[in-house]
Write a new protein. Sequence first.
Length: 50
Amino acid sequence: MLFDQLNRLVSIDQFQVHIAQTFLLEEAAPAQPAMKKHYLGKIVLRVSGE
């Protein structure tokens, strides 16, 4: 299964997520246009400032 392959990659540290930009949750509205631009990686919304 696909989840089995994913779990195996995570367990052997071969799985990486590339983060393009990080926004605070309060910045969710301004973050949406960033999703429409071409980017490599994920857009992340942080729930807290930690």
